[in-house]
Write a protein that binds this ligand. Structure first.
Ligand code: SF4
Length: 357
């Protein structure tokens, strides 16, 4: 990948780090577009992988050395607001990250109370990543959000199709949720100022007081409360903090309430595909869909310096099986739209929605 660099987008690590540590000092793509359909796929660098990114005769290609296959790829371009500095020194890119070439992502809180309690999710690399220096603000205020989205959308040349807000939990779950509501409100103001019709997606842990979800009603956002892993004992093992904070019962109650408040096509829940048997994943997808919410699968990647760094990842055939399950659920429950349309990186929801499995 010596050819890789400007004008293509370089990976930035607002949240975790999914690459082998030896890749941290290299120019790494954040994602690739595969083939003519521009399927978006995250790049997670592993030394010794049989998948390689190469450049031949003026064309970037993805090669599998064992299977002896190759396919043309391309990359998102770096947006104009990366590197832009306002007169007062404010940098929008200290707040926003462009994901999948289309989602304006804001990781609100680069820490998580579950980390300080020693109960972080086992696949999460927020702690090792943020302990290295990053160019992101540690806690982002509503004012930062409004300003950075406003500037980014002014400079955007039509590639942004959604705003995505997420981050770690603050210690008090009700105050944490209220903060995320204020962030979503700021994002709404900025999107409205742009005059564009861009959905705002908030990914958060539900408040203890479920009625606080009502505050989302008038903002105009979609919300995701993530189920993570449906098998209860694996959920408790890999997500000890979330299990302690109410676990599945709380998350499913929150999903049900959110569907009442926002409507069925505006509530989502992510599963980490690859950490449980496919049969329990299937039950989880069906359970969430039966509540009126839309399930999503993000495929597990074993990030370095996490408790699951040595956990095996799914094979292509296993990922295809998960995709077929999701596709079947989307058809059966007449799901209206995916969460990550045209920008999902480790997610397979848009591909399932369009019937590619
Ligand atoms: S809730 Fe879990 S995945 Fe999210 S930031 Fe905290 S530890 Fe990481």
């Amino acid at each position: 990948m010596r050819k890789y660099g400007a004008p293509y987008l370089l990976k930035r690590r607002a949240y975790g780090n999914s690459d082998s540590l030896s890749a941290l000092s290299s120019f790494v793509p954040q994602e690739i577009y595969i083939g003519d359909q521009h399927l978006v796929c995250a790049v997670n660098i592993r030394t010794g992988s049989s998948w390689q990114l190469d450049y031949r005769d003026g064309q970037f290609v993805l090669v599998n050395l064992h299977l002896k296959i190759e396919t043309k790829i391309s990359f998102p371009f770096s947006p104009k607001y990366y590197g832009y500095i306002c007169e007062d020194g404010f940098r929008p890119d200290s707040v926003v990250t462009l994901y999948g070439g289309a989602a304006l992502g804001i990781f609100v809180y680069g820490d998580c109370s579950l980390v300080s309690r020693g109960k972080a999710c086992h696949y999460c690399s927020i702690e090792p990543n943020r302990s290295r220096s990053t160019s992101f603000l540690p806690v982002i205020s509503p004012a930062h959000v409004e300003r950075s989205i406003e500037i980014s959308l002014q400079m955007d040349e039509g590639s942004v199709t959604q705003v995505m807000l997420n981050g770690g939990n603050f210690p008090d779950l009700d105050r944490s949720f209220a903060y995320y509501v204020s962030i979503a409100t700021a994002a709404r103001k900025a999107v409205d100022k742009s005059g564009r019709s861009i959905p705002i997606h908030l990914i958060a842990f539900p408040p203890k007081d479920i009625s606080l979800i009502d505050r989302l009603a008038d903002i105009g956002v979609e919300v995701a409360f993530n189920s993570e892993i449906y098998d209860r004992s694996l959920f408790s093992k890999y997500c000890p903090g979330k299990a302690e904070d109410g676990g599945h019962d709380h998350i499913f109650s929150a999903l049900e309430h959110a569907v009442k408040v926002l409507g069925p096509s505006r509530v989502f829940s992510i599963f980490v595909g690859g950490l449980e048997p496919i049969s329990s994943l299937k039950n989880g997808l069906n359970h969430v869909a039966s509540l009126g919410a839309t399930p999503i699968i993000n495929v597990f990647h074993n990030d370095p310096q996490t408790p699951l760094e040595a956990h095996p990842v799914s094979t292509p055939a296993e990922i295809a099986s998960m995709g077929r399950l999701l596709q079947d659920v989307y058809r059966e429950f007449k799901i209206k739209e995916p969460f990550y349309a045209g920008c999902g990186r480790n997610s397979i929801d848009a591909e399932a929605f369009t019937g590619l499995f």
